[in-house]
Write a protein that binds this ligand. Structure first.
Ligand code: KG4
Ligand code: ZN
Length: 355
């Protein structure tokens, strides 16, 4: 029998303080023994977005309590852990530093390996708790800070084939919800309001729909909604605009994902499409992806709903894979606000981007 491995994961890159402990027995997908998340929704709600200083202070207040909860829930003792992994980027430096420095202290005190994890790689591997997924696969990463198509060739090996040239998809949901006064975080609010709305009422722009390969753009949508804002008077108007916004997103995602699949298939035989990140919790997006995968002969895989938005289990699973490769980090490792999965990919944001 293989020896079991116990990994702690710590996540504080944005507005969730999270600690998880996972166990690997060799063959089956690893088991989540504890996955404790403390959301700061209440802290940031009145600002309609994350305030870094407040987020950092909240992480500082919570990190020890959440760690203790995770240990209690998992019935694991600190001394039995094999390694401490923590998000080291990308994200807000003030927030990342709290979790990563906490991980460093634990690793030093316990004399256990420290493993720096890229938050985006956590999202990329998050469905691996449900099933074994072999590399390579196509990944659509849709979160609050990132929107990219990547070919995942292996652990730490990514080729970006498409990206947003302005706002991330989650950001577009959040900004639209803020403009409509629906609350924060915006994604789930838009999804709910859209349930009672007419998706064909408003004709919204689809920037770079017919150019730029599988690159995406969402900033024009926000501008269009800003212009319409004064005409939105009733709750029904809000539902209709939320539904029209979501419908536009679905059309963009469908078109761009088909392009990404064609690009991916040029050099890859495997037919797996993983869709991960906070926005992958959206049911209509899941439905659209399911349908287009059927047309394109691809197998869609989504993380469990509770593993779509930020959590520490996804950090621990990257920690586990790195642990098996003895890919440990030095205590001098610094957090990285920018940490692209594909370091060779061209910077594609702002004015002057050539598609
Ligand atoms: O992955 P995540 O938790 O954090 C980042 O790494 O950014 O993603 C958060 C984003 C937010 O923008 C949130 O509005 C969006 O995911 N989101 C959703 C849904 N649930 C969360 N967007 C659309 N529909 C949802 N159901
Ligand atoms: Zn995330």
């Amino acid at each position: 029998m293989k020896k079991k491995i116990l990994i702690m994961g710590i996540e504080t890159s944005c507005d969730e303080t999270a600690v998880s402990i996972i166990q690997d027995n060799g063959t089956k997908p690893p088991k989540i023994l504890a996955n404790i998340i403390s959301s700061q929704e209440e802290v940031h709600k009145k600002f309609g977005g994350v305030v870094p200083e407040l987020a950092a202070r909240s992480h500082l207040e919570k990190i020890e309590i959440i760690t203790k909860k995770a240990l209690k829930k998992s019935k694991v003792k600190l001394k039995d852990l094999n390694a401490i992994s923590a998000t080291a980027g990308p994200g807000l430096v003030v927030c990342l530093s709290i979790g990563f420095n906490f991980a460093k202290s634990l690793a030093l005190a316990l004399k256990k390996p420290l493993i720096a994890v890229n938050h985006l790689e956590g999202h990329a591997l998050s469905p691996m708790f449900q099933q074994k997924i072999n590399f390579p696969y196509l990944l659509l990463l849709i979160s609050g800070g990132h929107t990219q198509y990547l070919i995942v060739k292996g652990l730490g090996k990514y080729q970006r084939i498409g990206t947003t040239i302005d706002d991330a998809l989650g950001e577009a949901f959040d900004k639209t919800a803020k403009l409509l006064g629906l609350g924060f975080p915006g994604g789930p609010k838009i999804e709910n309001f859209a349930l009672n709305g007419n998706p064909n009422k408003y004709d919204l722009p689809k920037p770079i729909f017919n150019k730029g390969g599988c690159n995406l753009s969402f900033a024009g949508l926000k501008t269009a909604i800003l212009r319409l804002k004064d005409t939105i008077k009733t709750k029904q108007d809000k539902c209709d605009l939320a539904a029209s916004f979501q419908q536009t997103i679905l059309e963009i995602i469908k078109k761009k994902t088909i392009i990404a699949i064609d690009e991916y298939k040029k050099n890859n035989k495997s037919n797996i499409l993983v869709v991960a990140g906070g926005v992958s919790a959206n049911k209509q997006i899941r439905k659209t992806i399911d349908q287009l995968c059927e047309e394109k002969n691809m197998k869609p895989i989504f993380p469990n709903i509770d593993l779509c938005t930020d959590n520490a289990a996804m950090i621990a699973i990257v920690g586990l894979k790195k642990y098996k490769k003895k890919d440990f980090s030095k205590l001098s490792f610094n957090v990285k606000p920018r940490w692209p999965l594909d370091p060779k990919a061209k910077f594609m944001k702002g004015a002057g981007v050539i598609l």
